[in-house]
Design a protein around this ligand. Structure first.
Ligand SMILES: *[C@@H]1O[C@H](CO)[C@@H](O)[C@H](O)[C@H]1NC(C)=O
Ligand SMILES: *[C@@H]1O[C@H](CO)[C@@H](O)[C@H](O)[C@H]1NC(C)=O
Ligand SMILES: CC(=O)N[C@H]1CO[C@H](CO)[C@@H](O)[C@@H]1O
Length: 406
């Protein structure tokens, strides 16, 4: 882990050489993996096959300015018997607890059935069964405005009309539960790729939402096949290039989007490519509302894109850059995690559909004389941030690399 110092310094120097800009995103955050792990062992055992994301990691990223966290889980664990069947009480309770941890902070939680349009390996073909599943899920969250429903992760190799009708069935079912104020994210075929959206998913423009809070969720990786399995990016401009036709499609159709997954390897080329993509999205903030890094979560180990505090590869290499894009960020990068009170107010963006895309209140989320907020990190191996907690909290060792204000 000592090697990370060099790229970090390079990234700082490079970031400083860029013109500063204010973030115009409504949302910026991360995926929070764990509950979808262990896909070969269904239902599997909590703590052995899968894990829920932990509060401390989420809180650290929240304190860095992030205000949206996508929570992948498996449909087979949530409704084990069939799509029309009852939820497993424990897994549902754990999902709700994770969601509430996020929304209680003031951030948005994306409820993400990470199933690729499949259930027990078979393509979901019954729109009524899919509607029943969404009725079960949405019914649990009708009163929580900061929940976002993601119809399914990365449909692929499916009939396009089926992707359209499954999305529509989900939207209709969700609204029928009384969950009418929440955003819904619709994903498309071909793994919801931004680069192929305008040739693959054009019919999804026909989706209708009675609440008019439908956002298209696209994904984009920057390696040669766009799969996000290599830390090598095609070029330093590939990010902006790969989203450009989607931007045009969104404008032509009067739609809004979020980049639900993106990442790049810890190297100069990828960093420039990621920056170019995010800058292009901000330049198009009339249609792009934000993005979520893939991915944080407690079990990533030395995964090439891990944003898990505080030793994930991308946490070391990318967090400072990503902080420039968090809502309300002045664009100035800062590694100091702070503070109390006003920070959360600036992150609690409650924006209606008519004003999304307009820049949110620019309030600095960190100060140089900061103390660490409740439940924020305050120490640990390699920690260079503040070590004093806000009044009433004590900096406590959770493990050797993570101390928290408790
Ligand atoms: C679906 O699962 C429920 C239990 O959750 C069961 O009562 C019901 O009979 C099942 N339906 C079908 C069609 O298998
Ligand atoms: C939307 O539906 C209309 C009417 O069914 C159809 O003519 C049109 O081609 C569809 N739009 C797209 C983009 O597929
Ligand atoms: C790069 C990466 O891991 N992308 C993943 C995002 O979505 C799901 C996560 O489980 C994976 O299938 C993708 O590979």
């Amino acid at each position: 882990m000592k090697l990370f110092l060099l790229p970090l310094l390079l990234s700082q120097a490079w970031a400083l050489s860029r013109a500063k800009r204010s973030s115009s995103f409504l949302w910026f955050g991360s995926n929070e993996s764990g509950a979808e792990f262990g896909q070969t062992n269904i239902p599997g055992v909590l703590g052995t096959d899968y894990i829920w994301p932990d509060t401390a990691g989420i809180t650290t990223l929240y304190n860095a300015g992030m205000n949206i966290f996508r929570v992948p889980f498996l449909m087979e664990r949530l409704v084990p018997t069939n799509l029309t069947g009852a939820a497993d009480a424990t897994y549902m309770a754990d999902l709700k607890a994770t969601v509430e941890t996020i929304t209680d902070l003031g951030a948005y939680a994306v409820v993400d059935p990470h199933n690729f349009g499949r259930y027990y390996g078979n393509i979901i073909t019954s729109t009524s069964d899919f509607a029943a599943f969404w009725t079960t899920v949405a019914s649990e969250f009708t009163t929580n405005d900061r929940v976002i429903f993601d119809t399914n992760n990365e449909y692929h190799d499916m009939t396009q009309s089926l992707v359209l009708s499954l999305n529509q069935a989900a939207i209709t079912a969700i609204r029928a539960t009384g969950a009418t104020t929440q955003y819904i994210f619709a994903e498309g075929n071909s793994y919801s790729g931004a680069w192929t959206w305008s040739t693959t998913n054009t019919d999804l423009a026909n989706l209708t939402d009675p609440s008019n809070k439908l956002i298209y969720e696209m994904h984009q990786y920057l390696d040669s096949d766009g799969s996000g399995t290599s830390s090598t990016c095609v070029s330093s401009t590939i990010g902006a290039e790969r989203i450009s036709t989607a931007t045009t499609w969104l404008r032509e159709n009067g739609k809004l989007a979020v980049l639900g997954e993106f990442a790049g390897g810890a190297n100069d080329v990828c960093q420039e490519a990621v920056t170019g993509m995010l800058d292009a999205m901000e330049d198009s903030s009339d249609v792009w509302l934000g993005g979520m890094w893939w991915s944080a979560g407690p079990w990533w180990g030395d995964y090439i894109f891990s944003l898990e505090p505080t030793d994930g590869t991308a946490y070391d290499y990318y967090l400072e850059l990503l902080e420039e894009y968090t809502p309300g960020s002045s664009g100035a990068s800062t590694s100091a995690v702070s503070a109390t009170g006003t920070a959360s107010a600036s992150k609690t963006t409650s924006t209606t559909i008519s004003t999304v895309g307009v820049s949110t209140t620019a309030t600095a989320t960190a100060t140089s004389t900061a103390v660490a907020a409740p439940y924020a990190q305050c120490g640990g191996e390699g920690w260079t941030g503040v070590t004093t907690c806000v009044s009433g909290y004590t900096c406590t060792e959770m493990n050797e690399w993570y101390w928290q204000c408790t």
